[in-house]
Design a protein around this ligand. Sequence first.
Ligand code: ACO
Ligand code: HSE
Length: 705
Amino acid sequence: MSTLPSSLLVGRAAVRVPRSSIPSRATVGTAKSGTSAWPIRDETITFHDVALERGDRLDRVDVRYRLEGTLDAARDNVVLVVHALTGTTHASDWWKGVIGANAAIDPTKHAVLCANLLGGCDGTTGPTDDNPDALPPFSTRDQATVLARLLDSLGITAPLLVCGGSLGGMVALEFAASFPDRVRSAVVLAAPAAQTAQGIAWNAIMRRAIALGGVREGLALARMVGMLSYRTPEGLERRFGRSRSEHDTFQVRDWLEVHGDKLVSRFDATSYGALIDAMDEHDVGRNRGGLSAALSVVGDRLIGVGIPGDLLYPAESVREWTTAAKATYVELPSIHGHDAFLLEVDRVSAVIAKAIAESELRNASAPARAAATTTPIVTSVTPRVRPLRVALAGCGHVGGSLLDLFGERAQQPGDAQPIRVDRVLVRDAERPRPALAQAIARGIAAPDACITDPTLLLSDDIDVLVEAIGGTTTARTLVETALRRGIRVVTANKALLGERGSSLAALARITDTRLDFEGAVCGAIPIVRCVRSGAAGVGITKVSGILNGTSNYVLEKVAEGASLAEAVATAQRLGYAEADPTRDLSGQDAEDKLRILAWMCFGVDPATLKVTRRGIDAETAAWATRVALEGDRVKLIASCTREGDELVARIFPTRITSDDPWARVSGPFNRIVVESETAGSLVFQGPGAGGRATAGAVLADIVAR
Ligand SMILES: CC(=O)SCCNC(=O)CCNC(=O)[C@H](O)C(C)(C)COP(=O)(O)OP(=O)(O)OC[C@H]1O[C@@H](n2cnc3c(N)ncnc32)[C@H](O)[C@@H]1OP(=O)(O)O
Ligand SMILES: N[C@@H](CCO)C(=O)O
């Protein structure tokens, strides 16, 4: 049985014994990132007579650090990266994508400095399981002081950027408050200015886990608890759900166990305990006259990044100090929660790149700075509304009609927000696309908008992704990527929504953005808006309709004597049919729409709705022709009815008498009847298919506020 690490006991003795096992000599190596390489220096440096905040003085402190890249002559190009609770000095390993050749922090031009924090177990002096008394209690302020000593010893006055997340953010903030003159720019991610009650509570559980379980099992348990605070229920649900491994264990359980065990293999429980002690004592305003006084002097150079959904340090805890410090607040919604600072590489990079650019400007020589600040960035003097920047996936019937509508809208008088199409994703760039050519000529679309690589579609300044490619593969990736990045999505893709609507909507909620899909159900009829908002009645008992324009058109034509094949070919030519018209005829398209309607009307997950259906085939077509000769009509009717706790959903070709209102729905028109407790029967009827009708609904979603 492991003994209780003494760092977990109150009142550890102040000692002055260094960890003699850590060598004090430098080791030098080279790292490769892609094809680029940069020098790496791993070194341990020793400081003497280090004063701690509580009054202890340490004879000696060893600090292990890694310098990636080369210090320039003026020692002006340093990015000080402060690692989180269990981070290491190998910053470009754990912050891949944020640090790397051509990344926001680029060791081929920046000198990236990352030191193991005071109290850690990656080479810097800290209490360990073998030597729990190697360090008396210390604070995040002490950790920042040691970093300043390191900068002194390397001849660095003020780094280009100081940055860190979580515990790293806490220490970066302490650094800013302690050494405001040494801060040119600081990015603090997912970190409060003072430890939160919830943070103390999580740490209490982890401390107890180590106390009871010992330095192995206890540490593993602590890590497992920690991991739950670093992620979100939605993120875990999406990634693992109830899926099982080949050994029939729940995957989420395996994943958590792996994280627990991995930490035990590389981390020291006593050091862990001491670091969470330091986090609990974190309070930037302590003995500085409060938060405002502590940070306002440096606030103009601080950027705080808050993550809505962060269970450990909610976005509000970051917003609070940025407000007090008059600092910049950036919100980074993410399904990952707290770990977004490690996982949302693109968006974190964008914030850091901007901070570095501002810092470089601050460092510019006085005349250059004056020129920079007097040169207007926006050259136009006419105040203009910023255009809404659209990325359009797909330029078929719907996408092409949408480009036309953008053009028509721009001709109309009024001060509506302009729309600018930055990118249009197509499969074949060589195919002539008159709508796109005209949009470019009218200045609606960028001259180089047409692309074929989906990964280039979503640049950072896109406001809305319009998905009009259909299908559930590329479309799904694009929609998920956009939502994850907080980009609004408008889609007409009923198959995707029928299959994934509920999880996509949940993702949009988490990242605080919107997913709109009026164009996915019944073309121009505003049915989604009406049922979604409750305007179609409260307490809905039944929704029924002719939900597919193509099959309705085809049934009408065969009733008039056309062959099934002829009727389908005309529907395709007129732009009513899906790329694969068997979806229309088989009832699959109507089923997708019924799923979405059931989701909106009854709150059921569209993917789980059980639907029985029959579509239109040669036999039905022949029956429709016969029925027409007898004076009646055949219509493909879909319905979903609440029967007690059950939903009964069906789609069937149905014989209708010629005087019935359903019989009068002609061509590509659709009809929907919503029956509810408050509104009785509401009837919606209008064009249900066709590029222009659907594009109109998509446009309404794009410009909706
Ligand atoms: C309070 C503070 O200061 S700090 C808080 C900061 N957050 C942390 O420290 C959390 C640490 N997070 C991690 O270590 C994460 O791995 C990250 C953030 C680096 C990357 O996250 P992800 O890309 O989601 O990686 P993931 O969580 O899957 O981790 C990868 C490990 O889980 C394992 N894993 C993933 N899925 C499964 C599964 N179904 N079954 C078993 N193991 C799994 C992988 O095999 C991998 O282990 P390996 O490296 O031994 O091969
Ligand atoms: N193919 C569909 C287009 C509109 O969703 C239809 O015919 O109704």
